[in-house]
Ligand binder design. Sequence first.
Ligand code: ADP
Ligand code: MG
Length: 786
Amino acid sequence: MAGERGNGWLRGIGDRVRRIIERPGSADLLRYRPVVDAAGEFEDEFRELSPQGLIEAAGKVRAEPDRPFEAEELARICALGREAARRALDERPFDTQLLGVVGLLRGYVVEMATGEGKTLAGALAAAGFALRGRKVHVVSVNDYLARRDAEWMGELYALLGVTVGFVDQHTEPDRRREAYACDVTYVPVSEVGFDVLRDRMCTDAAEIVLPDPDVVIVDEADSVLIDEATVPLVLAGSIDHGHDDIDVAHVVRELVESVHYEADGDRRNVFLTDAGIDHVQELLGDVDLYTVEQADQLTRIQLALHAHALLHRDVDYLVRNGKVELINAARGRVARLQRWPDGLHAAVEAKEGLDTTPTGTILDSILVQALIGRYRTVCGMSGTAVAVADQFAEFYQLETGAIPTNVPCIRTDEPDRLYVTEDAKFDAIVEYVRSVHEQGRPVLLGTASVAESERIARTLVDAEIGGVVLNAKNDAEEAGIISRAGEFGRVTISTQMAGRGTDIRLGAVGEQDYERVAELGGLCVVGAGRYHTGRLDDQLRGRAGRQGDPGSSVFFTSLEDEVLVNHVRPVQPRAVDEDGQVRDADAQRTMDHAQRVAEGEHLAMHRNTWRYHHLITIQRDEVLRHRGEVLRNDLAAERIRERCPERYESSEAEAGAAVTAEAARLIVLHHLDRRWSEHLSHLADVREGIHLRALGRETPIDEFHRIAVEEFGTFLATVYDRAADTFDHAEITADGVDLEAAGIEGPSATWTYLINDNPFGSHEQRFADYVGGKARQAAIELGLRD
Ligand code: ADP
Ligand code: MG
């Protein structure tokens, strides 16, 4: 039995495990072994309990919420959870899983390999927190997983007397409120963020759906907390329009790379050359773009050029049903809720000849990092956490610890096979897949993009191998397909994130089939290239060799791969085979180097973005604290009465005290929200401008802080001045205040989206870099710089 085998790690810890656990920056979670042992001692006792007895035993855990867990209590929680899981799922949590539960309850990011049962460990920890009276959000990367996990673990929670709910993008507001009222709520990170943003616009406390943030358990923690940390979640509203959409897409289409424009090495920025500027000015009818009047035009051209040269259909986005749908670069999948910052989104639509969607005003936005920072307790789990332990510490003050697998992993990870050209690499992949497939061994082929998946799929069809392609169109459907990737004779082609969170068992249902596939060597994972971080490589590798299964992994790479081309100088291999395979070790090592450079760049970007957003986050909290008081108390009435006492009294006489106070509240809320939206937009402008000033002597971030603090100093005074002015002129009757007549109606519609500017830097920044680049170029030409 797996559970029996699994106890091996408790007695003798292999060298491999020790190496993982002693990696710098990570905590030793094995020190909680005594707790797990103690849980084992409760096992027989709890097995005898009646269902009611189990709930009562669970109820005893409920104690003062603000006391840290004691060891014995942790042991009881583990033992109760184990018994409930056994009854509900017919799965007895392994000791390793309980160790994970203790790690989570103690507030760590816990690394447990793919297939080790993190869903169950997370649920037991969530139940543990809930039994202590805490409110828990289990945050997932998509809707499908939130729903699946809430349903899968539902009975387990019921046996412990813990209530559970889930939220996805289709959940109606009332249902959301109910789901959040449960002890444990499963929710995708984007949805909880959108609820935070929508809640902060409420003008009636009863409309709020979210309770105060308490505990969050983040599944796929590195993906959410590191890779997507700087993704802004946005609430926009249609307030004022009036964008003149001059189509410049046709102008940039005429431009030729290297003649009229150049992209920088990692293809994040694109610049018009002098010849390009001349040509554009000619095409537009002899205008001078570098004048103040033409500044907007220049921006639009830059956006159009960016859309034309750097964003590629089927790599960066798809066009479906007349709409542009983004492909999230980090996940290699369609991000339906995502948009680029408005100007760029419209530029891509124009490039594809689609109608451009209206732009709105950003009412508020929050970064994923700030969203997670709201919770009192943060913990999480992932198959790849230790590699970013220092970043968890830096950005979230979290410690990370690894947990060994229940059964030793016997997967063989072969060294990369490096080729000179991409074509040679693809040929080699096809030959390799053919040889493995001929034996009937299942193959899972991981690619970096939808376009690459499709290219490989076509090649495999031509080679009469075939295969199922997953390209990130529907999470639930994908999960169904990927769960079968371990069957005899299957070839599955998948982008990195497709079907994430889905378990791949060997063989079709039935033990015999398992044996057949296991004898062949289990699942064979093939990477069609290394990703921009080793963590993604490891996620793919980890799909093979789950829970002690046999399996193997190998990556095919080429000197033409983007990761290499974009991050290191061209490599001159010394030893190349006939088939184009590179044999010298130095060349092979450059891939690791390129990956480290890419990871370093991402970290630098994360730090920089957070430096700007940290202060905004603090200011936002302050505004929201004040807003909460206005919403719940009579603060608005008091302040307005102070500012216009006569008008206030006459209104009270005419419309009554309660109506007048409510009018004051609505007016103040309106100006508070509007001022915040203005403040955000102003700071975005400042940030852009700052990069221009970076050419001078000032330190941009200090300058940004100086301006942001100064602006904020008058924030509330401005709000109340405007509110008093509105109140003075507003029509207030027994029916309330006429918002429309007062010109302070709320937005006619609001919508939410994520901005896709990760991991390649914000658009504003790219544009500022571009203008900065132009200015630097000019300075060089004038001999002012070298
Ligand atoms: P992870 O998220 O760590 O990759 P999952 O939570 O998806 O893993 O679980 C992987 C598989 O392991 C699931 O099919 C689950 O039913 C199974 N599993 C988890 N815990 C146990 C257990 N204690 N005993 C038997 N099977 C388990
Ligand atoms: Mg999982």
